[in-house]
Design a protein around this ligand. Structure first.
Ligand code: NAD
Length: 261
């Protein structure tokens, strides 16, 4: 297994779903974990669960759209665990409507969480990675929607495409400091974020929930299977533990063949 021995990973949205699985997988690989989440109670519970694996773990309350909170949480993490070696910018939500029915407020909320959040956490962590002189690895949670569009998801698709631009820029700027940046692009993963969408899409599209799963979410996959949190965590581990700048500025799709590059 790849080793992250004594590395420190700051993971946003780590109190649930994909982020939580990455946090657990990284802890198994020896990393100390910062569970950074809007939901403080769930972040603390996740950190307590992770600490049982024999690494250090702290829960920090942060809204990734809030500049002061992001900066303060990164400082808190460095004070508690000594450094930040890996950032997983993963916190996210989904709101689905046809574009002509999207409120401006919901559009801005989506872009703020996915893009402002990625920028603010990147800036805070890159400062620390440069100051430490050790560099680091930045991993953005993109989506197949970083490459492809779907009905009803205008701001999500826009934001997830945007993350690839951010990663490429950070890869170029970071190289001199041994900082790498990459994007993971999962297909549908059955987390709370997706469970919520199934009835919503059924209602908007006028089809059954089973049809949403079979004919909307998994239709283009090679085998009709959901991607799992474990699949995504393995890819995150590969990016985080990769030792050189040979692997930077990339986006990797993990989707049972839904999207093929
Ligand atoms: P999830 O709902 O299980 O977890 C998201 C976590 O983010 C929650 O713990 C939530 O509290 C936290 N969060 C939300 N807003 C936040 C904010 N403003 N500040 C800090 N934390 C916040 O969702 P998930 O499915 O695990 O999604 C994680 C990421 O993976 C998202 O970026 C999502 O777009 C992406 N993704 C998910 C899928 C999927 O099918 N589930 C597919 C591709 C990409």
């Amino acid at each position: 297994m790849a080793s992250l021995d004594n590395k420190v990973a700051y993971i946003t949205g780590a109190a649930s779903g994909i982020g939580k699985e990455i946090a657990i997988e990284f802890a198994r690989a020896g990393a100390h974990i910062v569970v950074a989440d809007l939901n403080k109670e769930a972040a603390d519970a996740t950190a307590a669960e992770i600490a049982k694996l024999g690494v250090k773990a702290i829960g920090v309350a942060v809204d990734v759209t809030n500049e002061e909170q992001v900066d303060a949480s990164v400082q808190q993490a460095v004070a508690a665990l000594g450094n930040i070696d890996v950032l997983i910018s993963n916190a996210g939500i989904q709101i689905v409507h046809p574009v002509h029915e999207f409120s401006f407020a919901d559009w801005k909320k989506m872009l703020a969480i996915h893009l402002d959040g990625a920028f603010l956490t990147t800036r805070a962590c890159v400062k620390q990675m440069i100051a430490s002189g050790k560099g680091g690895s930045i991993i953005y949670m993109g989506s197949v929607h970083s490459k492809e569009a779907s009905l009803l998801k205008a701001p999500y698709v826009t934001a997830k495409h945007g993350l690839i631009g951010l990663a490429k820029t950070v890869a170029k700027e970071g190289a001199a400091h041994n900082i790498r940046a990459n994007v993971i692009c999962p297909g549908f993963v059955r987390t709370p974020l997706v469970e919520k969408q199934i009835p919503e899409q059924a209602k908007t599209l006028g089809i059954s929930e089973q049809e949403v799963v079979k004919n909307v979410m998994l239709k283009e996959t090679v085998d009709g299977e959901f991607t799992t949190t474990a699949d995504v965590a393995q890819v995150a581990l590969m990016f985080a533990s990769f030792p050189t700048n040979a692997l930077t500025g990339q986006s990797l799709v993990v989707s049972h063949g839904w999207f093929m590059q």
